[in-house]
Ligand binder design. Structure first.
Ligand code: HMG
Length: 390
């Protein structure tokens, strides 16, 4: 096994063509909009157009990474999602034709609710420790969907984050310790016959906090850093207020006083993209990292904490250190443009997209041309999904 540092060498994110403002949703649901803006900490959520899915999002996130670094050494592609488009074929296989992945690669889809992307990161680190000349493309892509007119509805969203994991990374070097926790819990799940998740909201919030504390305890047992060492904490953010709740819970569980200003200093910058993108499930934690890197003063040499949670449930607490020169490698302008270039959607259009069912008769179905993003789902025909680059 190599002892070379391993971590995130590049990170790029993509989101949908549309967004829905939470003020629009609040009006429809007859609640005060501050319940969303302040109570759960969400102002907008990304909404997939008729011709967008996790493949088009994943392609848009991964393409800039291949443009910058090429494909040499990429022998593994791991795409984590809980919004898969096929029960057998890995979604990332469509990326071969869309963005030109190498044929000499293993391509696999990973699933464990919102935790899947972190599993990808851990597996990638192991492969690179075995052979540091290899690089792994890890993509987390999801479209969160709850039933209309339910409490889960304001916690939808969509995005993809692609990361190139390598030895001697340019952005974040991962520490070797990982704290793990898993348990059989029915807090959030989606049976194969449903397009919308089923959730027990309050149970899920409590399960998340307990899992975070347990994963932290395991991380410390494995020789991880002290809680006071970290410059910032990136949490999975189903809604941004959840990061604040989880951090408060973690601090108090370890005997610290959870001072509001300290919590804000540790969390706030990580929430800036999630506040407007919504829950992007597997991508959410890494969107938090992107927001932090894009907005913080120089983080060079500073340790960061990460808490990944996927309902059902698996949690992982891990950490890493920001590399000197990282600012030359992050994609602040592109990230901001991905958010700013979205178009607002009105409630009727949002509802129609939400209610649209995927055709299952095998006939030719052209998809309405809506997105202006680089890739689109052009049609479904003969039970095959047909994608095109624009
Ligand atoms: P709810 O019942 O609609 O909301 O559900 P609430 O009544 O609990 O209110 C939310 C907050 O707004 C409360 O603050 C209110 O006081 C406040 P808190 O007590 O929590 O601090 N509030 C206001 N604040 C200001 N002005 C007002 C106002 N009115 C109320 N006027 C819930 C909220 C999150 C449960 C719901 O949206 C839901 O079920 N969401 C989906 C589940 C979820 O996101 N769970 C999170 C943990 S599980 C997880 O993270 C995994 C997941 O990502 C899936 C995966 O792993 O794949 C979900």
């Amino acid at each position: 096994m190599s002892t070379q540092p391993v971590g995130i060498h590049d990170l790029s994110f993509a989101t949908t063509h549309y967004f829905l403002d939470h003020a629009v949703l609040a009006e429809r649901l007859g609640v005060d909009r501050d319940k969303f803006y302040l109570g759960i900490g969400q102002e907008k959520m990304s909404v997939a157009a008729a011709d967008e899915d996790i493949v088009t999002l994943a392609a848009a996130a991964a393409k800039p990474i291949l443009e910058r670094h090429g494909t040499e050494g990429i022998r593994t592609v791991l795409l984590a999602t809980e919004t898969g488009v096929d029960q057998s074929k890995a979604a990332a296989l469509y990326l071969h034709s869309l963005i030109g992945l190498p044929n000499t690669a293993r391509v696999v889809e990973l699933k464990q609710a919102c935790y899947g992307g972190t599993a990808g990161l851990a597996f990638a680190a192991g492969l690179i420790a075995r052979d540091p000349s290899e690089r792994v493309l890890v993509i987390a892509a999801d479209i969160a969907k709850y039933e209309l007119d339910t409490p889960g509805e304001p916690t939808q969203g969509a995005a993809a984050v692609a990361m190139l994991i390598s030895a001697n990374p340019a952005i974040v070097t991962l520490d070797p310790q990982q704290g793990l926790y898993s348990a059989d819990i029915m807090d959030f799940w989606r049976p194969n016959y449903r397009s919308e998740a089923i959730v027990d909201g309050k149970t899920s919030v409590n399960a998340y906090q307990k899992a975070a504390q347990e994963a932290w305890t395991d991380y410390r047992r494995r020789g991880g850093r002290e809680l006071t060492e970290f410059a910032a904490f990136c949490y999975h953010q189903p809604f941004t207020k959840m990061a604040y709740k989880a951090h408060k819970h973690l601090l108090e569980s370890q005997g610290f006083t959870a001072d509001a200003a300290d919590i804000d200093a540790a969390i706030k910058l990580t929430t800036l993209y999630n506040r407007t993108v919504g829950n992007s499930y597997t991508a959410s934690l890494y969107l938090g990292l992107a927001a932090l890197l894009d907005h913080a003063d120089d983080l060079t040499g500073k340790p960061l904490a990460f808490l990944s949670y996927g309902s059902g449930a698996v949690a992982e607490f891990f950490s890493g250190t920001v590399e000197p020169g990282y600012r030359e490698h992050i994609r602040t302008a592109a990230n901001q443009a991905a958010i700013d270039s979205r178009e607002p959607i009105d409630y009727a259009h949002y509802r129609a997209l939400h209610e649209a069912a995927s055709p299952s008769d095998g006939a030719y179905h052209a998809t309405a041309e809506e997105t202006r993003r680089p890739y689109r789902l052009a049609a479904i025909s003969g039970h095959k999904r047909i994608y095109e680059a624009r």
